[in-house]
Design a protein around this ligand. Structure first.
Ligand SMILES: Nc1ncnc2c1ncn2[C@@H]1O[C@H](COP(=O)(O)OP(=O)(O)OP(=O)(O)O)[C@@H](O)[C@H]1O
Ligand SMILES: Nc1ccn([C@@H]2O[C@H](COP(=O)(O)O)[C@@H](O)[C@H]2O)c(=O)n1
Length: 209
């Protein structure tokens, strides 16, 4: 079974994806980490994010075995990832790995921006996770504070709005719900509530197949 989760920044896709995968015994891929890792190569080597060729090359040579490290999860890397993810050759270079991850396993959960629309259009369950920008900024603010990054709430909110706008309006694989996705607004749900609501959708689908 393949579960596709899409949604805007800090909506809780990764948290939900991991929790669903752990509960169901599935593998989980946070595809945002792929774009963050490509951005990290450029930033670490002092290459401008506007260098499309260097970004494409970094994506082609990406070592997907090393997608960890606290730096990748930081605010600056999210912003940089959003810039290079708009380049078609970068997306092309990362597509095969994502598709393969989903198809060769008995169960997988992938989360990102274009999973239900481009990467796994035939996913068994498609979820589009949302929350208001203010609530998402509140969550990200708490998360960054916990990690020792003292960024102002207003700056995080502006960052989230800018990233959403860029991700939704880009020409290639824009962030949007697939026509057959179920939208889950988690503004008033905590992480447990979001998990239970998503699990109910998955279980309903499983009982029919
Ligand atoms: N329903 C929820 N209620 C409150 N906090 C939540 C909820 N879901 C996730 N969180 C918290 O919000 C923060 C952002 O969640 P998460 O990283 O899962 O979002 P994301 O959509 O994967 O973000 P990004 O797209 O930027 O990678 C985390 O600190 C997480 O613990
Ligand atoms: N399938 C995806 C996943 C991510 N992106 C881009 O990467 C940025 C960072 O992603 P996070 O989920 O880690 O926040 C994001 O803003 C997108 O621009 C993507 O294009 N497609």
């Amino acid at each position: 079974m393949l579960i596709a989760i899409d949604g805007p920044a800090a909506s809780g896709k990764g948290t939900l994806g991991k929790r669903l995968a752990d509960h169901l015994g599935f593998a989980h891929l946070d595809t945002g980490l792929l774009y963050r890792a490509v951005a990290a190569v450029l930033l670490n080597e002092g290459i401008p994010l506007s260098d499309r060729e260097a970004a494409a090359q970094a994506a082609e040579n990406l070592d997907v075995a090393h997608l960890d490290g606290p730096d990748l999860r930081g605010a600056a890397m999210g912003e940089a990832a959003s810039v290079i993810s708009a380049y078609q050759p970068v997306r092309d270079a990362l597509l095969a790995f994502q598709r393969q991850f989903g198809s060769e396993l008995p169960g997988a959960v992938l989360d990102g921006r274009d999973i239900g629309t481009v990467v796994c259009p035939n996913a068994d369950v498609k979820l589009f996770i949302t929350a208001t920008p203010e609530e998402r900024a509140r969550r990200r603010h708490l998360e960054l504070l916990r990690r020792g990054e003292d960024v102002a709430y207003t700056s995080i909110l502006a960052d989230i709005r800018r990233r959403d706008e860029r991700d939704m309006t880009r020409a290639t694989a824009p962030l949007k719900a697939a026509p057959d996705a179920i939208t889950l607004d988690t503004t008033a749900l905590d992480a447990d509530g979001a998990f239970l609501a998503a699990l109910a959708i998955v279980e309903k689908k499983r009982s029919k197949t």
